[in-house]
Design a protein around this ligand. Structure first.
Ligand SMILES: C[C@@H]1O[C@H](OP(=O)(O)OP(=O)(O)OC[C@H]2O[C@@H](n3cnc4c(=O)[nH]c(N)nc43)[C@H](O)[C@@H]2O)[C@@H](O)[C@H](O)[C@@H]1O
Length: 398
């Protein structure tokens, strides 16, 4: 281990290059999941290239650290992807490694890691004025002060950070790797880079590779079985063990309940027109329950206990349920795990109603496309106080 210090702190294997990315710090879990897809596509494109500078690239999965919506109890502060996703499934789409696997190159976890090149993406300042939306990138002065540490690690730093005005898909960033010989490159504000194959078969492959951690799926399954009379075999929702074996289908029936995602908190304040009152929610849910001849509602929400109780009272006569973790699950998987379990349960419902423009809802809709539901059972959102917006329908393609 001292050897790499004798080589001037150069601990990395000469044949490997690492791509790191970081997202605008306040962004939530479900937007971050979408940013991952863009970078997974970049990493895959580089791996498939004939260029030896590109095809040894590894995409390092940024740990789930300090997400503003989550309470972190104690440890671990840097939650690896394996807690939430099935990393073997991810690896079948793109060459990814966990951050701890990258750190294993160094003598210990406190070793100083200097990232050779950091590019902070920013929008072209004049893009909207000039209306020039062509793909382009250019090293520039920074529009803002970016003083960030990376991944909330004190020992991960860089002496070489630059701002890159950027407009284009994430796959265009391969040019940076072609033009540099750095072994470690970090793209910050990665959300500025866009999808280029959004909605294509390749996009959906990446999305399908994002299988959840198997333990979280089985916790959700147990809840479905115990409280919702729902199981994959009964409901026509069983998927192959390996996502690469999935094929197109629209035959999923789903468990005998309506799943709803009720985003509250900041949405109630900031999106007053689109967010319904709880009274209105209960009316909209009742209409669907009666239409489908069902009696049970599963509620996923970030709302308060008070709001939940109010809704239960308003739905008097119907069975209203939500998932509450036991102390082990809560401690092991934290708020992120509970959010995923809520998403899974909503994904297997006979009918789903979500919250307009919530990325939490979008990810449920995608999951239901993968499971094979008819689109009309999925792309529904609550009508708000003033508006009754129609959600975009993004159908799966193979
Ligand atoms: C407007 C934007 O909305 C974005 O939220 P939006 O897309 O709904 O989607 P998320 O960013 O995933 O929501 C933020 C967090 O809220 C919690 N949460 C929301 N809904 C539920 C739920 O039904 N069950 C559970 N267990 N947790 C929930 C969860 O921790 C999730 O990671 C925000 O991330 C942005 O910061 C911004 O506020």
């Amino acid at each position: 281990s001292d050897v790499c210090y004798q080589k001037g702190g150069n601990c990395l294997d000469d044949n490997k290059r690492y791509l790191f990315y970081e997202v605008n710090r306040p962004e939530g879990f479900n937007l971050r999941r979408d940013v991952y897809l863009r970078f997974a596509m970049l990493a895959r494109k580089m791996k498939e290239s004939n260029d030896e500078k590109l095809n040894n690239i590894q995409l390092v999965l940024p740990p789930w650290s300090n997400l503003v919506h989550w309470k972190y109890t104690d440890k671990p502060e840097h939650i690896p992807w394996g807690y939430y996703f099935d990393v073997d499934s991810l690896k079948k789409f793109a060459p990814v490694v966990e951050m701890y696997e990258f750190f294993a190159n160094y003598p210990n976890k406190y070793s100083k890691v200097e990232i050779e090149e950091v590019y902070t993406l920013q929008h072209f300042e004049d893009m909207f004025e000039t209306g020039n939306f062509q793909d382009k990138m250019q090293l520039d002065n920074c529009n803002k002060d970016y003083h960030y540490s990376y991944f909330s690690y004190k020992n991960v730093t860089s002496k070489n950070t630059r701002c890159l005005s950027y407009h284009g898909p994430a796959t265009k960033l391969s040019e940076i790797f072609s033009n540099s010989s750095a072994k470690t490159i970090l793209i910050d504000h990665a959300e500025v880079a866009l999808h280029d194959y959004f909605g294509s078969p390749l996009y959906w492959q990446a999305r399908r590779s994002m299988r959840f951690n198997k333990d979280l799926k089985s916790i959700a399954d147990e809840f479905r079985r115990k409280f919702l009379h729902s199981s994959d075999d009964k409901d026509g929702t069983r998927l192959p063990d390996d996502w690469t074996d999935e094929t197109a289908k629209r035959s999923a029936v789903g468990g005998p309940y309506v799943g709803i995602h009720l985003r509250r908190k900041d949405f109630v304040r900031n999106r007053a027109e689109e967010v319904p009152t709880l009274m209105s929610v209960s009316e909209q849910v009742k209409t669907v329950l009666l239409q489908l001849n069902l009696n049970t509602v599963f509620v996923a929400t970030d709302g308060t206990n008070e709001e939940y109780k109010t809704l239960v009272n308003l739905l008097d006569g119907f069975e209203v349920l939500r998932y509450t973790p036991d102390s082990n699950t809560k401690e092991k998987y934290g708020d992120g795990g509970v959010a995923i379990i809520d998403q899974i349960i909503c994904s297997y419902a006979r009918y789903f109603i979500g919250t307009y423009e919530s990325t939490f809802t979008f990810r449920i809709q995608e999951e239901r496309e993968i499971i094979g539901f008819k689109t009309e059972t999925t792309f529904n959102v609550f009508c708000g106080r003033k508006d009754c917006p129609k959600p975009s329908v993004w159908e799966i393609v193979y």
